[in-house]
Design a protein around this ligand. Structure first.
Ligand SMILES: [Fe+2]
Ligand SMILES: [Fe+2]
Length: 651
């Protein structure tokens, strides 16, 4: 480390009209606000080639200097000894780690390039306290705006210098990689839908006129064209058009003429999905999970409540089976439409859970669900992105599919509202079944069509979401990825479906955690964003245990005690263990048993048990847990063929 020399007091600080203050002055900061900011920092001078920051150093005490603003001179940024960028007066250093709040070794060395440099330095503690003060809101906003701009530039510099592609280059590459599949059903209504709604009656009228035209078109030119019912309806519509209805304009939806788009649509139609294969996959996963839990060494997991079969009663299984049957029958050989339908209804559980949690809060019954609400909203937002991707692939082009999906969504929403009222445990259990089914379906689809999918381009919607700079709330529903990490970069449609499947697996895991009320739903993002030194001072994350879940657990514990069981006792122990930990540790602890289970299923360590169980004529239960692929002698692998480095770190 450099030898630091304090050069004095506030009088030695740079004025607002110097290069150091220019950025903040541009953001509208006054002399008074500038002086207040400088007052909580210190001025430091450094001789040429001395180090301001050394790569690999950790700064994890609240009194350590963390953020610097270059006032005079020039500095060089080096990564592994290689110069990658320069910084000039007015540039900040350390804003990335300050804003993320992450305690991690410095990722670059910053060295004085001029004979003498002068910097303003702030400690984490002082600057955080300054920014938390409502009086300094304007300065805080100005600082954040400057940091965001600076970070984007630095990232580009570093990427280019390291021989990789800059963010701009990657975005350009995405543009050339994206494929236009020519499906635009909702494009003309998006603009209308994205503004603040005017009133329910206006919205209802817009929707009615849109669907009314769509219905008329579909009878005349669309999916009912070749059926017996289309003829009479079409004739009646034409007759009414001359007397009552307005003329249908445009008369028909123009099909794409571009040969490239037509070719993409034709190839998309070749994608297959076998209902039988999905069923086999589900059966194998259930058997594998059962075999895993039956092993003597997993007594602890069973004690902690990881016996799933007995927790899914027939009245939850029945609607689940009915939904699966419906999907199989209606969407046979139409996988994209099936996914679109699935994604439409998949958002409904989150809508209903959020509605009920807001109601509980409004009534003053239960106010401890802030974290759970955040997770459910993040899941819902993620499902919406899946939905948009499916729309860009033509999942919603048929009027009949849209009709079915909308009505199924209303029913699904209402049923889950009721379910959540009676028992959040069962509502979450039902969702877990659906999400597991989604994992199985996407896994089967990706594997069965791997070659074709790899030859098809990703859609702009998928690239926007998975590669965009702001993956809004993406970290909030992740259970096993390091905070701020992203899915692997997307090259083709196979990668898109792999990403969606991995998202679904995260939904399964969070539903699993909600069911058991393990009391820890802080996201990896939330946990990692709390610096280590601040964790002790941070209140324990709100307990995610719903009242009904707690009651169920207590009830089960009583039953188990009477019958010599002890499952819920284990659950309570798990909860107690978690409550004693810091948020980050609590998060990890809550998912450890589940992660073990996933890993074991992935690593085939249940294959032998599975075979033995079948040889013994062991029954297959209705358990639902995490996805796995299977077949009797087949490899069992939950997350399909692509392994991610982040997941390997977890094992
Ligand atoms: Fe989804
Ligand atoms: Fe999902």
């Amino acid at each position: 480390m450099a030898v630091w020399g304090r050069t004095g007091t506030i009088r030695d600080c740079p004025p607002l009209d110097s290069p150091a203050g220019a950025g903040l002055a541009k953001e509208g900061i006054t002399e008074r606000e500038w002086a207040a900011l400088l007052k909580v920092g210190e001025v430091i001078s450094l001789k040429g080639s001395e180090l301001l920051i050394s790569q690999g150093d950790t700064y994890d005490e609240p009194g350590d200097r963390q953020l610097y603003l270059l006032s005079d001179g020039e500095c060089r940024i080096e990564v592994k000894g290689k110069p990658v960028a320069s910084i000039a007066p007015g540039d900040f250093v350390g804003e990335a780690s300050f804003t993320s709040g992450r305690v991690q070794p410095r990722t670059a060395t910053v060295r004085a390039k001029s004979d003498e440099i002068r910097v303003m330095a702030w400690t984490w503690r002082d600057l955080q306290a300054f920014m938390d003060n409502p009086k300094n809101l304007r300065t805080k906003a100005a600082l954040q705006a400057i940091w965001m701009e600076g970070l984007a530039g630095k990232l580009n510099d570093v990427m280019s210098a390291l021989g990789g592609q800059s963010v701009v280059e990657l975005a350009e590459e995405d543009k050339t990689r994206a494929g236009d599949y020519g499906y635009r059903y909702l494009e003309d209504t998006r603009e209308v839908e994205s503004i603040v709604p005017i009133s329910a009656s206006t919205l209802a009228w817009w929707t009615f006129t849109r669907e009314y035209r769509a219905l008329r078109r579909t009878f005349r030119f669309g999916e009912f064209k070749d059926t017996g019912i289309a003829g009479p309806f079409s004739i009646i519509d034409r007759f009414l058009e001359t007397s009552v209805f307005p003329v249908l304009r445009p008369s028909r939806v123009d099909l794409p003429q571009d040969p490239e788009v037509v070719d993409l649509q034709n190839r998309l139609n070749e994608l297959k999905l076998s209902n039988k294969a999905i069923e086999d996959r589900e059966t194998a996963r259930i058997a594998a999970t059962k075999a895993f839990l039956e092993d003597e060494s997993r007594k602890g997991l069973r004690a902690a409540g990881y016996i799933l079969r007995s927790q899914t009663p027939w009245y939850v299984m029945a609607p689940y089976k009915a939904l699966c049957w419906f999907l199989d029958v209606v969407f046979e050989d139409r996988p994209i439409q099936r996914f679109w339908f699935l994604e439409t209804v998949a958002r409904m559980p989150y809508f209903s859970y959020l509605s009920m949690l807001f109601l509980y809060e409004t009534l003053g019954w239960w106010s401890g669900a802030a974290e759970v609400r955040k997770v459910h909203f993040a899941e819902e937002y993620n499902e919406m992105q899946h939905l948009r991707i499916m729309e860009s692939l033509g999942g919603d082009t048929r009027w009949s599919d849209r009709f079915l999906a909308r009505h199924a969504a209303i029913i699904y929403f209402s049923v889950l509202i009721l379910g959540y009222l009676v028992s959040p445990f069962l509502a979450y259990n039902f969702s877990e079944l659906i999400e597991s089914h989604a994992v199985d379906t996407y896994t089967e689809f990706a594997e069965a069509n791997e070659e074709l999918l790899k030859s098809l381009p990703p859609t702009p919607q998928a690239l926007d979401y998975y590669h965009g700079g702001d993956m809004y709330l993406f970290d909030e529903f992740q259970t096993s990825r390091p905070a701020f990490s992203r899915r692997p970069r997307i090259q083709n449609l196979y990668d898109v479906f792999s990403c969606i499947r991995d998202d679904e697996l995260e939904h399964v895991k969070t539903m699993f955690a909600c069911e058991r009320g393990t009391g820890a739903l802080p996201s990896p993002n939330a946990a990692a964003a709390t610096p280590r030194w601040a964790q002790d001072a941070t209140p324990t994350m709100p307990n995610a245990t719903a009242p009904n879940i707690r009651r169920n657990t207590v009830k089960r514990a009583e039953t188990d005690d009477a019958g010599g069981g002890g499952r819920s006792g284990g659950s309570d122990k798990l909860r107690t263990d978690i409550a004693r930990k810091t948020p980050l540790e609590a998060f990890t602890a809550a998912f450890n048993p589940l992660r073990d289970l996933v890993k074991a299923v992935e690593k085939r360590d249940v294959t032998e048990k599975l075979r033995r169980g079948r040889d013994n004529g062991g029954e297959q239960g209705t358990d639902s847990a995490v996805g796995a692929r299977g077949g009797e002698e087949e490899k069992i692998d939950v997350s399909a063929s692509r392994k991610e480095p982040e997941e390997k770190q977890d094992s």
